[in-house]
Design a protein around this ligand. Structure first.
Ligand SMILES: N[C@@H](CCC(=O)N[C@@H](CS)C(=O)NCC(=O)O)C(=O)O
Length: 239
């Protein structure tokens, strides 16, 4: 395994704040050296990695992390690797497993949010699936969002303000990212849910107040949410 001082290479789309963003948050919080390769070299760097430029087994989709000889994909795996190396993990196995479980729960919620604007096919534009998107968003907002938020609010309120009691973990970072993403995508609906999620809102603010993260979030390295990403604001879907 590479030494902590070995620089990290992150491969992720340079224009959209998606699954790579939580990886950037962990790297920035840790204050370690990393290269955001596609920001320097463009999309071609990601295409090359998907075609096996970093060796086999080749990753299917970004984010991808290269650290020394190690090449990892799947955001949950990368977040776990970095979180456990940089102080965002529980000291016991149960806590580490629960962290992974909760991170994957937030990933599921993020995927459902993405499907509100791409309900039929990721390869089609939003404009080509608008009617289905309206229907999908209606069901998501009416039935799923509140249920997911209740679930995580219960976990964090029973966990002394964290997913794992008393420990700041990479699952807490993921929660912050998804909460802000949903707030961006569905501002009116999110406003109605605010009173339901005091622990999640407090956790989001505490993550953002970590000094290195606060500096990153205020910097031009941090991409604003936009309509290329996973969390998109289409007012007609926020009914
Ligand atoms: N489960 C994977 C999903 C990876 C993924 O869907 N990446 C998106 C960007 S957020 C992508 O570039 N997908 C391209 C594709 O699936 O062809 C993860 O969590 O990393």
């Amino acid at each position: 395994m590479a030494a902590v001082s070995t620089p990290y290479d992150l491969y992720y789309w340079p224009v959209l704040p998606g699954r790579g963003e939580v990886i950037r948050m962990i790297l920035e919080d840790a204050g370690v050296a990393y290269r955001d390769v596609a920001r320097d070299e463009g999309f071609a760097a990601i295409t090359a990695v998907r075609e096996g430029a970093l060796g086999e087994p080749r990753p299917y989709a970004p984010p991808v992390l290269k650290h020394g000889d190690l090449v990892l994909s799947q955001s949950a795996v990368i977040a776990r690797y970095l979180g456990e190396r940089h102080g965002l993990a529980s000291s016991d196995e149960r806590g580490r497993l629960l962290t992974q479980q909760h991170f994957l729960g937030w990933s599921d919620l993020m995927a459902e949010t993405h499907e509100t604007h791409h309900p039929i096919a990721v390869g089609l534009h939003y404009e080509e699936q608008r009617d289905a998107a309206k229907e999908r968003a209606h069901h998501f907002l009416a039935n799923r969002l509140g249920s997911w938020l209740d679930h995580f609010e219960r976990i964090v309120s029973h966990g002394e303000g964290h997913h794992v009691p008393g420990v700041m973990t990479y699952a807490d970072f993921m929660a912050r990212f998804v909460i802000r993403g949903i707030e961006y995508a569905f501002p009116s609906t999110f406003d109605r849910h605010r009173p339901q999620i005091p622990s999640l809102l407090s956790l989001t603010e505490r993550v953002e107040a970590r000094p290195a993260l606060a500096a990153y979030l205020a910097s031009d390295r941090c991409l604003a949410f936009n309509e290329h990403g996973i969390f998109r604001h289409y007012p007609e879907l926020d009914a």
